[in-house]
Design a protein around this ligand. Structure first.
Ligand SMILES: [Zn+2]
Length: 240
């Protein structure tokens, strides 16, 4: 194989490894942000549920006070009723007692309905709290894994820097410039192998036969006429 090509392939291997590590760091960061957003929404929901619980407790307390005052009124009216002389007054008092009794019944029903709502809100709050706890736990795991990925990436960058610089020093400046330009514009791979049938594995289009034959001679630094990636023939391919 053309030595220049072999070095560029080595450089590309390093770049692909670094890119993978960099992407893992980015993915981990994205995962943290996503979890943080979901957790924030859960916490907001929990805050609202707690407000609802407080509101329901207030309503129940108010209806309990109402019942107490209806009871007091009913007792007073019943006492007064005993002293009434006329039927008309007696009946009027009886009606007032009944009215207060139905108001009391209404308050009792309201309390039952508030208690049932409170149960529902309580259950949801428990569930949301459980989910928030799980998210908090998962967030801390994700942060640990992010730190680990970041460390690996930094270590790999240091590890590879010397090796890569050595390789870059061995290839012609213009060849390295071509590699870097394609890497920037097309992303990796910037150097692509050619299949036995003569297709560029960068863009999967067939090379013109004459160019393919020239490439098979292995002495050329050649770019794909379609995607402009640097081309090479796989070792076992060229032997076949
Ligand atoms: Zn191509």
């Amino acid at each position: 194989m053309n030595q220049q090509i072999a070095f560029i392939i080595e450089i590309q291997k390093i770049d692909i490894d670094l890119l993978k590590l960099e992407e893992a760091v980015k993915e981990a960061f994205k995962g943290i942000k996503e979890t943080e957003n979901v957790l924030k929404a859960k916490e907001e929901r929990l805050r609202k549920l707690k407000e609802e619980l407080l509101e329901l407790s207030k309503k129940i307390g108010m209806e309990e006070l109402n019942i107490k005052s209806y009871d007091e009124r009913i007792t007073k009216m019943k006492d007064a009723q005993k002293l009434i002389q006329t039927n008309k007054e007696y009946n009027a008092m009886q009606k007032s007692i009944k009215d207060n009794e139905s108001l009391k019944k209404k308050s009792e029903d309201d309390i039952l309905s508030y208690l049932s709502s409170k149960d529902e809100v309580d259950n949801e709050a428990l569930q949301v709290q459980k989910e928030a706890d799980e998210l908090t736990h998962s967030l801390s795991e994700k942060k640990d894994s992010y730190k680990k990925n970041e460390k690996e990436f930094d270590a790999a960058k240091k590890d590879f820097a010397g090796k890569r610089a050595l390789l870059v020093g061995k290839i012609k400046k213009e060849h390295y410039a071509v590699y870097e330009t394609i890497k920037r514009s097309k992303k990796l791979p910037a150097i692509a192998s050619v299949t036995k049938s003569g297709a560029c594995t960068g863009c999967y289009r067939m090379l013109p036969p004459q160019q393919f034959n020239e490439l098979l001679s292995e002495k050329l630094f050649m770019q794909c006429p379609i995607c402009s990636r640097i081309l090479y023939i796989e070792q076992d391919n060229s032997l076949a």
